[in-house]
Design a protein around this ligand. Structure first.
Ligand code: UT7
Length: 325
């Protein structure tokens, strides 16, 4: 047995923050943001928190899969912006959705690669015979951890969620191969330095703006394309396929230039690489399921399609999965 995606859902908060709005907040311009990142607008929460976004995306995924919350055996949430440090956001989702009391539920912190890590864990649990029906979610409220005075980061991020139902199958559809990597030597490339055990929340940490995301954008950019291409090749080889077999590459949505360079280096036609960062920005662990939900709504994913997922994120994690839809 292995895991097969039987339902996909996505959800974004209503409030839209445009580049023009940002021009009034920091020294930036719509022209710079569009040229350097491809982002035009992003969604920002008002009263909602990460689990609220996750629940809405999950409802849509469960509906498509045709299963009720009482039949969910496992909830895994990929997030770096949990509702609370403890308990995990997955438990808030369990309570709000009404998932059965003895389901397993936990969060994964692998930043932008979190969703592929979570999907891979769920697939392994299914293969091991531990569970049958998993809810795998990527959900973020990055706006809560964004320094709205830092133009180098605040123009990039947005809030949103995506979810899939992964169910046990013995058919040839589903997850064919996954590859997960990490390198802790680069831990300072993207970091929230304050608010954890090393530098607990304090007046000083707040004053120094250490409870917000810091990123060395250029260094991160340089490694992104190289790792996205190599990890994708590795996953495709594991599935005995090449880029030519792939119908869609759902990439982590960090920067349009990264997606374009990936397509060029991998020799994948640009139209096979869907873009959602223009309207949702970089939603870290949520970008991949959000994009899957987005293209599903457009009727693009068909039974039998080969879908490659790949991602790259803090600091550093990178991952890929090959799926037969
Ligand atoms: O999702 C996790 C993984 N994350 C990534 O993969 C992000 C990868 N990095 C990137 O996408 C890009 O590096 C950024 C979009 C973050 C930055 O683009 P860049 O082309 O690498 O710009 P830069 O950092 O080299 O900055 C170029 C200039 C600088 O000015 P000077 O020093 O040349 O005078 C910056 O101060 O652009 C300036 N700048 C801005 N100007 C207007 C930086 N941010 C802004 C801004 N508006 N928002």
């Amino acid at each position: 047995m292995h895991g097969m995606i039987t339902g996909v859902g996505m959800y974004v908060p209503e409030k839209v923050l445009t580049n023009k709005d940002l021009e009034k907040m920091v020294d930036t311009s719509d022209e710079w943001i569009v040229q350097r990142t491809g982002v035009r607008e992003r969604r920002i929460v008002e009263d909602e928190c990460t689990s609220d976004l996750a629940v809405e995306a999950s409802k849509e995924a469960l509906e498509e899969a045709g299963i009720s919350p009482e039949n969910v055996d496992a909830i895994i949430v990929a997030t770096i912006t949990p509702d609370t440090l403890m308990p995990a956001t997955a438990l808030h989702v369990q309570r709000k959705l009404g998932v059965k009391k003895d389901a397993l539920a936990f969060d994964i912190n692998a930043a932008c690669s979190g969703f592929i890590y979570a999907l891979s864990c769920a697939d392994a649990f299914i293969s091991a015979g531990m569970v049958k029906n998993c809810l795998v979610i990527g959900a973020e409220t990055l706006s809560r951890f964004t320094d709205w005075q830092d133009r180098t980061t605040c123009v990039l991020f947005g809030d949103g969620a995506g979810a899939v139902v992964l169910q046990a199958t013995d058919t040839d559809r589903g997850i064919l191969a996954s590859v997960l990597h990490a390198d802790g030597d680069y831990a300072d490339l993207m970091v929230i330095p304050g608010g954890g055990a090393k530098n607990p929340c304090s007046h000083q940490a707040l004053k120094d703006r250490e409870c917000f995301i810091k990123m060395k954008g250029q260094e991160t950019f340089k490694m992104a394309v190289k790792h996205l291409v190599s990890v994708s090749k590795e996953a495709l080889e594991k599935a005995r396929m090449t880029f030519d077999d792939v119908d869609f590459v759902v990439c982590h949505q960090a920067n349009l230039r990264i997606l374009q360079s990936f397509a060029r280096f991998a020799r994948v036609p640009q139209e096979k690489v869907p873009v959602t960062l223009d309207i949702y920005g970089n939603t870290s662990g949520a970008t991949i399921p959000l994009t899957l939900g987005f293209i599903r709504k457009k009727g693009l994913l068909k039974e039998g399609n080969i879908v490659l997922l790949n991602s790259f994120g803090a600091s550093l994690t990178w991952a890929a999965s090959v799926i037969r839809w």
